[in-house]
Design a protein around this ligand. Structure first.
Ligand SMILES: C=CC1=C(C)c2cc3[nH]c(cc4nc(cc5[nH]c(cc1n2)c(C)c5CCC(=O)O)C(CCC(=O)O)=C4C)c(C)c3C=C
Ligand SMILES: [Fe+2]
Length: 409
């Protein structure tokens, strides 16, 4: 899984595609509950000028379409740091994220990497890992839902590349803008938090396709079609947490680094690849839909072919992952592809930085992954290599900082 569905649900999508992001910044109105940010003076028309406001009831980087570039990073509190240092850090980080998402230079540790670029839809999303709470003297405020994820069959997790006290998701439609934000935020953490791991990912660049379509992953599949949509009546119930009070309106992010065994996968004929997923590769249409089906044709898990067998195989990924197969469990998937060169055996170190937001991991990722790990035909071509679970607080109002309700509530 990776991107948002073809319908999209950003301010950009509402305004008619990637280029319309310009209008969001330029009109300066309120869109989706956030006051739109003004792009900095350097903003180029189109992708460069698109600005996603940092302040608002929800953090940015959850419902917006995945950008072309991402950095995922985790930090641990510095050995001598506690609650006060955490507060200082979150204030600095929030103020910086607000400036950078407006296309303005940072107030400290500015390094000029993005000086001549607009905001490029930059979003910075903050999350808190379970280990943060003891270190910051907040053990009594740790949500039960932040308990460590269970081990799943087939997991081959590297602890050095997972978990962490603090998590950042930095997305932008320009590589320099994204890296600038990462560097500045990392340098501003000096003495307060130390980097634990970092991963870089990518997705489709706005304008790369003639029609706005759901993105593809590195296996070549259209990925993100059956994500919950903000217009769905139960969208908020699936994606946003209702408690504890400091987290209400926030979410939980599950992050998994999933390597794809691309040499094996690419040796499979296309019809075999399609049966593994349950959708056509060319356009993402479900195999239950017949030749006239398209990407958004509803999946019919009961449909049979002329020979009486199920059109979507018993171990097809979309069958095993579907809410209908998992007691209604659902999540908003917002992943990115990654590639880090070659492994020692010459195979590509490439795959999916799976990111999924949900109201409660016990009603989202956990039951689905339990089932996938046992019965998904796709899992033969995947390796889960790193994992993290983070509480993602609600957004910060103008003048406030992310996590304020936790630290001062
Ligand atoms: C535990 C949750 C999931 C993991 C891990 C996961 C990994 C993964 N998925 C793909 C490719 C596709 N996934 C698709 C659909 C889909 N995947 C999940 C969950 C996980 N995927 C869900 C809940 C769904 C939706 C099922 C439904 O309701 O129909 C699809 C089909 C298109 C789509 O709907 O997005 C593809 C393709 C890969 C490559 C991967 C690990 C690398
Ligand atoms: Fe999937």
């Amino acid at each position: 899984m990776t991107q948002m569905g073809a319908q999209g649900f950003s301010r950009r999508a509402l305004l008619g595609g990637a280029g319309a992001g310009l209008a969001v910044g330029a009109i300066g109105g309120a869109v989706g509950g956030r006051a739109a940010a003004s792009p900095g003076p350097a903003a180029a028309p189109g992708t460069g000028a698109a600005a996603v406001p940092f302040h608002g009831p929800r953090q940015a980087g959850i419902v917006e379409p995945a950008q072309a570039r991402v950095h995922l990073a985790a930090f641990d509190l510095a050995p001598a740091a506690g609650r006060e240092q955490l507060r200082t850090l979150l204030r600095i980080w929030s103020a910086t994220a607000a400036r950078l998402t407006r296309g303005e230079p940072a107030d400290g540790h500015e390094n000029q990497i993005a000086l001549d670029a607009g905001p490029c839809s930059l979003t910075v999303t903050f999350g808190f890992g379970a280990t943060l709470f003891d270190k910051a003297g907040l053990a009594d405020r740790r949500p039960e839902a932040l308990a460590p994820l269970p081990a799943f069959p087939g997991d081959a997790l590297d602890p050095a590349r997972g978990d962490g006290d603090l998590w950042l998701q930095i997305g932008a439609d320009d590589a320099l803008v994204a890296f600038h934000a990462l560097r500045v935020l990392q340098r501003q953490a000096a003495g307060l938090a130390v980097p634990r791991w970092q991963m870089a990912g990518f997705g489709r660049t706005p304008g790369a396709t003639a029609r706005p379509t759901t993105g593809r992953n590195l296996m070549g599949q259209v990925d993100g079609t059956n994500n919950p949509k903000p217009d769905d009546p139960d969208f908020a119930a699936k994606v946003f947490a209702t408690g504890p009070a400091w987290l209400a309106g926030g979410s939980y992010a599950v992050v998994r680094r999933i390597r794809m065994l691309l040499d094996d996968w690419e040796n499979q004929p296309t019809d075999r690849q399609e049966r593994v997923i349950g959708r056509r590769k060319s356009d993402g249409a479900p195999l239950s839909g017949g030749p006239g089906a398209g990407e958004t044709t509803p999946v019919d898990l009961a449909a049979t072919g002329p020979d009486g067998t199920l059109a979507i195989a018993p171990d097809a990924h979309v069958r095993v992952a579907a809410p209908a197969s998992n007691g209604g469990a659902a999540m908003l998937r917002r992943g990115f592809s990654y590639q880090d060169g070659l492994l020692a055996d010459g195979s590509p170190d490439a795959g999916l930085l799976f990111v999924a937001f949900q109201a409660d991991p016990a009603r989202g990722f956990v039951p689905v992954q339990r089932r996938l790990a046992r019965g998904d035909g796709l899992s033969r071509f995947l390796r889960h290599e790193a994992s993290g679970l983070y509480a993602v607080p609600p957004g910060a109002p103008e003048g406030g900082y992310v996590g304020q309700q936790l630290l001062e509530g």
